[in-house]
Design a protein around this ligand. Structure first.
Ligand SMILES: [Zn+2]
Length: 289
């Protein structure tokens, strides 16, 4: 049995999959924000609860914000900033009494959708998680591509391309820069631009201000993803995270990104996730073959 854990900024979700990939158990708890020790305990308790429900011990894969630095073994780049600098892998391994595999949550998402999700069978898949933050991950032939710095796909911290007046230098980002793609595309970034209204509220609203905020957001996503098309030319791009529920993105963004991509036409599909919120946990479970 494979257990996948998705360590998110607001929730920790766990799933137990049997060999064919069928769910045997699933649980979700709130993330103990700003408390590393409590976060470790929450993961250990979640694994124990999943194993009790499934009735067997499993391998553990964890999708996490940021990455484990190949150079230091410590967490870096996590927007759940209380994880940064921590020895998460050995701490989890000693707490769980077994080897644990970890990967960036966007990489897990890309792997899940490339294996048996929206992009099943496609070779080079770019997965985007647009939620609390904005992350990107690359799956090649169903495997996460990490890179020597463990930053492959982290385009959310590139500057928003083709900036318009008023978009530069852009909002401050937790990474230390200004105007990162994340500060425009994420849920908090959209809300900041829309007078504090959430994505759900904007999608349900009919007023001009809400429509304009969603149109600005779609155009920014089109510019951001056009830079991915130019660099990677992936076989498919799959959206995940809370904002992947915005149905208009799948029409609007492909309608707009051709203006920016260096190509006479763009045939790349922009796809909603098949596994929805479960892609993170499923991809984490897939870290063990
Ligand atoms: Zn940034």
């Amino acid at each position: 049995m494979r257990i996948g854990i998705d360590l998110g900024g607001t929730k920790i979700e766990g799933v137990a999959l049997d060999a064919p990939g069928t769910e045997r158990a699933r649980r979700r708890v709130a993330t103990p924000r700003d408390d590393y020790e409590a976060t470790l305990r929450a993961i250990v308790d979640l694994v124990a609860a999943l194993e009790a429900e499934a009735g067997t011990r499993g391998s553990v894969g964890v999708g996490m914000p940021g990455a484990i630095s190949p150079a230091t073994g410590r967490v870096k780049n996590a927007n759940s900033t209380w994880l940064n600098g921590r020895l998460l892998k050995p701490d989890l391994e000693s707490a769980l009494g077994r080897e644990v595999r970890l990967a960036n949550d966007a990489n897990c998402f890309a792997v899940s959708e490339a294996r048996d999700g929206a992009a099943a069978g496609r070779r080079l898949v770019f997965g985007v998680i647009v939620g609390t933050g904005t992350g990107g991950g690359i799956a090649i032939d169903g495997h996460a591509w990490q890179g020597p710095n463990a930053i492959a796909g982290e385009w959310g911290h590139n500057p928003l391309p083709w900036p318009r007046i008023g978009e530069w230098p852009g909002p401050a980002c937790y990474c230390g820069q200004h105007g990162c793609i994340e500060t425009f595309l994420s849920g908090p970034g959209l809300a900041r631009d829309a007078g504090g209204r959430s994505a759900e509220e904007l999608a349900a609203a009919t007023d001009v201000a809400a429509r304009e905020a969603l149109a600005r957001h779609a155009d920014r996503m089109a510019r951001a993803l056009a830079s991915v098309l130019n660099l990677l030319d992936p076989d498919a791009i799959v959206l995940g995270g809370g904002l992947s529920n915005l149905a208009h993105l799948y029409e609007e963004v492909p309608r707009l990104w051709g203006r920016y991509a260096f190509s006479d036409r763009v045939d790349t599909p922009l796809l909603p996730p098949v596994h929805g919120d479960a892609s993170g946990v499923r991809g984490a479970a897939w870290l063990w073959e």
